[in-house]
Design a protein around this ligand. Sequence first.
Ligand code: FE2
Length: 165
Amino acid sequence: MLVAGLLHDLGKLGVSNQVLDKPGPLTASEFDLMRAHTGLTHSLITPLHPLRDIAEAAASHHERLDGTGYHRALARERVPLAARVLAVADIFDSLTSDRPYREALDPDPALALIEREAGRGLDPSAIDALREAVSDRGSLAASAVAGRATTRGTVSRGSGRRPPG
Ligand SMILES: [Fe+2]
């Protein structure tokens, strides 16, 4: 799963930076070029024998449960489970990252947009896993902030000295 996630967009090596970094909407032909990256991912990974098993999952990350995705327009259970997880993670990563054509969203609004596709294009169980991961990450971040505050308070309290650093 990790390797499939790392290599899922390998096929973008075959897409020009003019298309990848275009600040505005893509033309129909540019969109076709962009859509070709999943097939190229499959072609690049499949000959690498140890990675052959992940080629299908990596190359299917733009497939949708309703059959409207690419590169093979797979539907429902024909979309590999790993690809369904990758799809949700990839969309979340995209929405929460700055792009040439828009600024990043915060995690909660990004998750809300993804949840609108539950059961249509995206796997609800994969979205549940994402929601849990985002929630855990928020808890970890809150704990880290609280831990830093506690550490600062402990170090500076009583001694009258400044904390190191
Ligand atoms: Fe992609």
